[in-house]
Design a protein around this ligand. Structure first.
Ligand SMILES: *[C@@H]1O[C@H](CO)[C@@H](O)[C@H](O)[C@H]1NC(C)=O
Ligand SMILES: *[C@@H]1O[C@H](CO)[C@@H](O)[C@H](O)[C@H]1NC(C)=O
Ligand SMILES: *[C@@H]1O[C@H](CO)[C@@H](O)[C@H](O)[C@H]1NC(C)=O
Ligand SMILES: *[C@@H]1O[C@H](CO)[C@@H](O)[C@H](O)[C@H]1NC(C)=O
Ligand SMILES: *[C@@H]1O[C@H](CO)[C@@H](O)[C@H](O)[C@H]1NC(C)=O
Length: 638
């Protein structure tokens, strides 16, 4: 059989413009058991619109077909492509080379602060991982929470075509690990050949996706080797040789030959170019002066921003929480649903996981006894910790410290999703229910945020962080103080500041004790708001934010009575919930035992009434919805 034939490539535009075509008579050659040839399609720059990450513009995609005809035989393939440039910028941050290198993504010339989390397989059985409804709900939840990047973790799967197609459409950039994680791997030639084939196949399959920003060789194996996690120190040089054979000689070579256009990192975390310079296993792969870091701290109070590293890019960080009772119930009988049950212990895969969660909860929240309260508190604690940490990373984007640290340009928390009903670091549980963290992520990843903090020397400061490419002048920052235990809803102080919104800028700073004078002997917390002009008449530029100036453990916590006053259906999918409270209520948490999303959740109620909209994934039966709807708020004893 002759393989001589005609290769045609066509790029399609909207109806007005004719397609651009290229046509070539070819005689493809056999390479590694497949026929290979090349055709070049020249596309004038002005003919196409660019593809942008979520938050920066549209995700314009074009149909590209490639067909090959040889005698009576023909085959055709259609893919969707986008036009964009992605660079990973690693430039000296100062004249002194010891101050390290930057580490950030630039898309179409625009530096992008990467916001998002880590993706693990969406089901424990790989054959169920490409369920379109589940994957679509997860990825659109990511977009709704203002994500622009997901890291597909090296301990999981090369995901389905559908997954990357959705990322292309939603503007979610993908940091794609190769599937090597937390282990030392063999280096004999049979294994390396098989790896090489696998990498070429996967990169060939995926490289046309506009969303894929970067390839990385493995998850944490550089750190594991350097820090002797698996007892390799007795012959470091042997394991290092093996490491280089696999990730550099085999994987990097295979990636670069299949896709020379994208940046490649040997490991995550790594020091990027500095790791290469140091021979691929750097002295400290977690250096805050280079590359990315994975940061976990299960001892310190996560609600304090002072504990977090001043890194270039945080590609993993987080703590555990429990999924909702409804989600746990799907895999349990009622007798399993108590603290300490065999069922719950079996599903905890972090050694000492519940003890860690409990100790961290007690740093800020009251004692608890029931599983319901444990779930609620674990989700408050996780939301507050990841909020505090992420805002810290976003504040550091414009800050270069004398040490060379700072200029953080990425915050990907661990982890988006779950493979089963269990305690984990996820922000969305196995059933697709948003944990409190995911509602918080929507706010802390908003394009513009106000971020109030109290410093170690009792200064109260507010930073405004903006991803916008323009500055906004004459914006109005509102700072309100509330007493925790006030019985009316009036703030004890309400101040307004005229500020400019630009990248990350500290816009006000004052002595904390002075600020709190109006509170007398009562304890207060602070709410910050941002408006484009007069707060009474203009739109909010940022979600409302808050900071507890007194740890909750020493505050006079209110015991509010929060009630669901009424529920009205709106269109087929929505329910409008009216809540009522007799005093200020913290961490007001709504649960509905059906799949869907609340417009707000985990919020503080500072008014006697508030409306929240529930949007169901399926047409809503309001009576059924009401019978499952539940509201909880923080009380000093629960
Ligand atoms: C390390 O392994 C290599 C290869 O097996 C061997 O030649 C060398 O002696 C080993 N070094 C040590 C210190 O055990
Ligand atoms: C925004 O303001 C900063 C600080 O004043 C300034 O350096 C920058 O050039 C401004 N950017 C734009 C786009 O106007
Ligand atoms: C805010 O400050 C800017 C610049 O200092 C000034 O031009 C503007 O009039 C002020 N706006 C208000 C509402 O005070
Ligand atoms: C709030 O708590 C403080 C300190 O415990 C107490 O003095 C005050 O009376 C309380 N106020 C109200 C309205 O309960
Ligand atoms: C969980 O998933 C099941 C099956 O898809 C569904 O019937 C149930 O309503 C879901 N529950 C919640 C709370 O989303």
């Amino acid at each position: 059989m002759s393989t001589e034939g005609v290769l045609v490539a066509s790029l399609f535009f909207d109806r007005q413009s004719p397609a651009i075509r290229a046509r070539k008579n070819v005689r493809p050659i056999l390479v590694n058991n497949h026929l290979e040839d090349r055709i070049i399609l020249n596309v004038p720059k002005e003919k196409v619109e660019l593809w942008w990450p979520n938050g920066y513009g549209e995700q314009k995609l074009y149909d590209l077909t490639v067909s090959f005809k040889s005698g009576p035989q023909a085959s055709r393939k259609l893919i969707k492509i986008g036009f964009r440039e992605i660079e990973l910028v690693q430039d000296p941050v100062a004249a002194d080379p010891d101050k390290g290198l930057s580490f950030y993504f630039k898309v179409n010339g625009v530096p992008i602060f990467a916001k998002g989390s880590n993706w693990i397989p969406s089901h424990v059985l790989p054959e169920h991982s490409a369920n379109i409804e589940r994957v679509h709900n997860l990825l659109s939840s990511a977009k709704q929470a203002n994500f622009n990047m997901l890291r597909v973790w090296g301990g999981g799967l090369y995901e389905s075509d559908m997954f990357y197609q959705l990322c292309d459409e939603l503007g979610i950039m993908v940091w794609q690990d190769m599937m090597f994680a937390c282990n030392m791997y063999p280096s004999e030639s049979g294994f390396l050949n098989s790896v090489s084939t696998e990498i070429q196949q996967q990169v060939n399959r995926l490289q046309h996706h506009a969303s894929i920003a970067l390839w990385a060789g493995n998850n944490e194996n550089e750190a594991a080797l350097r820090e002797n996690w698996y007892g390799t120190a007795h012959n470091f040089s042997l394991y290092k040789q093996d490491y280089i054979k696999l990730y550099v000689d085999t994987i990097k070579t295979a990636v670069k030959s299949a896709d020379p256009t994208r940046p490649f990192l040997t490991s995550s975390p790594s020091n990027g170019l500095e790791t290469e310079k140091e021979g691929y296993v750097s002295e400290n792969p977690q250096s805050s002066l280079y590359g990315d870091v994975h940061y976990y701290n299960y001892m310190a109070n996560g609600w304090s921003w002072l504990i977090y590293p001043k890194t270039r890019f945080a590609s993993e960080y987080g703590i555990q929480s429990l999924p909702s009772l409804a989600t746990l119930s799907q895999a349990a009988v009622p007798s399993d649903l108590v603290i300490g049950s065999k069922f719950l212990n079996h599903r905890q895969h972090l050694a000492g996981g519940y003890e860690i969660m409990t100790l961290l909860i007690y740093k800020n929240l009251p004692q608890f006894n029931s599983l319901e309260t444990f779930i609620y508190f674990s989700q408050i604690n996780q939301a507050m910790t990841v909020k505090t940490e992420t805002e810290t990373y976003r504040r550091e984007r414009s800050k270069l410290y004398d040490t060379g640290e700072g200029l953080t340009m990425g915050a990907l928390y661990w982890q988006l999703n779950d493979i089963w009903q269990a305690p984990s670091w996820s922000s969305i549980d196995y059933n697709g229910t948003w944990k409190m963290l995911h509602y918080y992520a929507k706010d802390f990843f908003a394009p513009i945020i106000t971020s109030p903090v109290v410093t170690a020397d009792s200064i109260f400061a507010v930073t405004i962080v903006s991803d916008l490419l323009i500055n906004i002048s004459s914006a109005q920052l509102v700072i309100k103080l509330y007493k925790y235990n006030s019985t009316d809803f009036a703030p004890v102080s309400d101040q307004q500041f005229n500020v400019t919104v630009s990248k990350s800028t500290e816009v006000m700073r004052t002595d904390l004790n002075e600020l709190l004078q109006v509170c007398g002997s009562d304890h207060c917390f602070v709410i910050t708001q941002l408006f484009s002009g007069d707060p009474a008449t203009t739109e909010a530029l940022a979600p409302d934010n808050f900071v507890f100036t007194t740890p909750l453990t020493s505050a006079q916590l209110p015991s509010p009575n929060v009630k669901i006053k009424r529920v009205d259906s709106r269109m087929d999918y929505e329910a409008v919930i009216t809540l009522q409270t007799d005093r200020i209520a913290l961490f007001v948490w709504l649960e509905a035992d059906i799949p869907g999303i609340f417009s707000h959740n985990g919020f503080h109620m500072l008014e006697p009434k508030k409306q929240v909209v529930f949007t169901s994934y399926h047409p809503l039966n309001v009576q059924q919805f009401i019978s499952h709807l539940k509201v909880t708020a923080l009380k000093s004893t629960m």
